[in-house]
Design a binder for this molecule. Sequence first.
Ligand code: AKB
Length: 318
Amino acid sequence: MKRILIVGAGGQIGSELTVYLRNIYGDTNVVAADVRECKALSETGPFEVLNALDVPAYAAIVSKYRIDAIFNLVALLSATGEKDPNRAWEINIGALINSLEIARRFGCALFTPSSIGAFGPNSPKDGTPQDTIMRPTTVYGVCKVTGELLSDYYHTRFGVDTRSVRFPGIISNVTLPGGGTTDYAVEIYYEAVKNGRFTCPISHDVFMDMIYMPDALKACVELMEADPSRLIHRNSFNIASMSFSPEIIYAAIKEQMPSFTMDYNVDPVKEAIAESWPNRLDDTCAREEWGWKPAWDLKLMTTDMLRIISEKKEKGLI
Ligand code: AKB
């Protein structure tokens, strides 16, 4: 990767991936694009307002900056998707198809994240294998499976260098996620620091895979820089880091903040989605094919999240 375009750069992943990539590849070589202006991203490098569904505008940016790698991060997440499935399909698949076509036309590599949401209730729950039954029951999951298949198709049919990981719920402290089922695992830290208590929308014993943002960013770069001759899979790799339930993350926070309390008000839509997803993925293929190895665990992440969010609170930023 030399000249990179991040589409959907204003979101939870993009806002941090832009900074991370600019540090590695140079500010001017990483173009951030989003449907809305993002002051923070336009201050440190090139920024373009772009609706990923507008093909001529998308192609013009790729041509203008002579882009050779695209990160397509445009997505409506799982819980939001269930409120308007048609819109979720239009946006998620529209941005994907346009990214694939533009990558083909301009010879770009393409990263489009998949998710634990690509699995469904028939997938094995524990140690979910790389290659297994995938029958998701959300429109978000249907979009992710479609995305995986189309991305592999563009690779075998047209030789486009498509690569992807199935992200767990991403926990971060820069930009809040929005509309996901795993969002509770971010909100819990903010509420712990701001109010000392949290009402959890997921039942105490429902496990999901999670990952801390620094590991998620590392995965993006390591996969895109991996030697293609070692890749047996492409779209999309299971990656795992930590798996926990609400009662486990609650205990991890309480250990460092003894006055913290949590109760439950289960959201039936999120609960049903969470229960349809795996408890813990098997990421052996990612480890073997491109050396995936996470650095953060729940305890380390909890210390870091509480420290950073407390600093934000002291500065009056939250
Ligand atoms: C969501 O909860 O929808 C996302 C995801 C796991 O893909 N965070």
